[in-house]
Design a protein around this ligand. Structure first.
Ligand code: AMP
Ligand code: ZN
Length: 497
């Protein structure tokens, strides 16, 4: 039985999907204006872990992750510049080129980290029609109002506003007022109100903008009449502009997963604004519950501070690869801390992950060479079920890893039988469905043919008692082939260093 912490209820709950063995899972994707840093990637690795554990439980997971290529502004308060347009200005490219370039870079990053590719990756710019439809219905239902820069959602009209945060409406408004870095527009009725649709500004020519044609009697003409981008015709008005960031996720998740779906994921920073607003607009639009389980990943921090672009304390995946760490070591580091705990990034912890991965490789290479005849003595099923149980308990990766390592350390590789060795390898490969470290590649690692012949030759010499000659070969293997040989009860075992 799979249990998961639900931010909505603040409890660990038994997971029950809406449809028998299908899980409809939405994860907020990247804003494609720059490279992802490993803090961002931690969130995607944790979501990948969730997906893998669901799959191990036999569920078919429909995993949707959007690409935010428009509408994410530099401030959380619906002000500031569009991040993609800002990057276009800085890099002297078009906004479309920026979005294309960083989408590709993101896809490369997740592939490198062996994060399973989501089933669908919708781009916001390709779903404007769906967003406008939701905004129009919310207008009809009386949830919206006009300001001079856009159509806003009146959060006071949604009874349960803020339910994800555990704060009531007043408290949440106070909380955002204190935490906000920029002044909120005076035209907003409540601090928590947010833009569903922003009009193209008077003074700046946007690259990404769309028509929004609506009957004239539905528009607050007073508010828009001074904006030259807004065309007022006899019966219709074109509110030319672009969508708010929050509406994008509501439109794309509901399009691919239905009006109510199972799991919605993102970083914990999305709880008070982005996800709270997604709930408000989606539930006001459909009149139904939007999502059953909310899954939030804690931050990756550096010396106690959230890794972020603005603090300039970030590393991209490429930065770490260039420093000589492998993708496996980085993935191991990102996956090993429970997703609801802060992950403290340091090069010391990355070095420790490196050592651990090397150790795992060593064990795999040694175990696969075991040839010793004998009985089955290891209880693999018991350890498997302990690992599985931990994973099913709110993705307790730390305790499943500790079961795994405790078991591996208890094995005497030099003494076990071939049957045991095969079973241990199967266990490692089974667990690797979760770890995602492509450990089968270690299994396939081979050494040069000549080196293998030298090892055999050395064994023969040893049997004949010609130890001096055997030692010379041992030296040669070390110097020329970087291979260390070890003599065990099951014969000679090699490993590369
Ligand atoms: P963004 O591209 O800024 O929207 O972020 C993409 C995802 O990464 C979101 O789910 C964020 O919550 C998450 N995120 C951003 N910074 C961090 C961090 N330092 N640690 C963990 N997750 C983060
Ligand atoms: Zn989102």
């Amino acid at each position: 039985m799979f249990k998961i912490y639900n931010t909505l209820t603040k409890k660990i709950e038994e997971f029950k999907p809406i449809e028998n063995n299908i899980v409809k899972f939405y994860a907020c994707g990247p804003t494609v204006y720059d490279f992802a840093h490993i803090g961002n990637l931690r969130a995607y690795v944790a979501e990948d872990l969730l997906r893998r554990v669901l799959e191990l439980n036999g569920y078919k997971v429909i995993h949707v992750m959007n690409i935010t290529d428009v509408g994410h502004l530099t401030s959380q308060a619906d002000e500031g510049e569009d991040k993609v347009e800002m990057s276009a200005r800085k890099e002297r490219k078009t906004a479309w080129e920026i979005a294309e370039f960083y989408t590709k870079a993101f896809l490369e990053d997740i592939e490198k980290l062996n994060i399973k590719k989501p089933s669908v990756m919708p781009r916001a710019t390709e779903h404007i029609k769906e967003m406008i439809e939701i905004v129009k219905k919310l207008m009809e239902k009386g949830y919206t109002y006009f300001t001079s820069d856009g159509i806003y959602f009146d959060t006071s009209k949604f009874q349960e506003y803020g339910k994800l945060t555990g704060m009531d409406f007043k408290r949440l408004n106070r909380y955002l007022k204190v935490g906000a870095r920029v002044p909120f527009s005076k035209e907003k009725r409540n601090i928590t109100d947010f833009a569903l649709w922003k009009f193209s500004p008077k003074d700046v020519k946007r690259q990404m903008e769309w028509d929004f044609i609506i009957e004239k009697d539905k528009v607050d003409l007073e508010k828009v009449k001074d904006n030259p981008n807004i065309k007022i015709e006899e019966n219709f008005v074109n509110l030319r502009g672009f969508p708010g960031w929050h509406i994008e996720c509501s439109a794309m998740s509901m399009k691919y997963l239905g009006e109510t779906f199972d799991i919605h994921a993102g970083g914990i920073d999305h709880i008070p604004i982005h996800h709270t607003n997604e709930i408000a607009q989606s539930e006001s639009y459909t009149g139904k519950k939007f999502v059953n389980y909310w899954f939030h990943v804690n931050f990756l921090v550096v010396e106690g501070k959230k890794m972020s672009k603005s603090l300039c304390n970030f590393y991209t995946l490429k930065d770490l690869l260039n420093k000589g760490y492998s993708w496996r070591e980085i993935r191991y580091l990102l996956i090993q801390t429970h997703y609801r705990k802060k992950l403290n990034f340091s090069f010391r912890s990355l070095d420790a992950a490196k050592k651990t991965v090397e150790k795992l490789r060593d064990i795999i290479i040694k175990i696969k060479q075991v040839e010793r005849e004998g009985e089955k003595t290891l209880n693999i099923e018991e350890i498997k079920s302990k690992i599985f149980e931990s994973l099913n308990n709110d993705l307790d990766i730390s305790s499943s890893l500790s079961h795994f390592w405790k078991f591996l350390k208890s094995i005497k590789i030099t003494k076990i039988s071939k049957i045991d060795a095969e079973n241990v390898i199967n266990l490692i490969l089974w667990f690797d469905q979760i770890l995602g470290l492509k450990l089968d590649e270690f299994l396939k690692e081979e050494i040069e043919k000549e080196a293998l012949e030298l090892i055999k030759e050395r064994e023969k010499l040893r049997k004949e008692g010609k130890f001096e000659e055997a030692d010379k070969i041992r030296e040669l293997l070390k110097e020329k082939y970087k291979i260390i040989v070890e003599d065990t009860e099951s014969g000679t075992i090699w490993r590369k260093f």
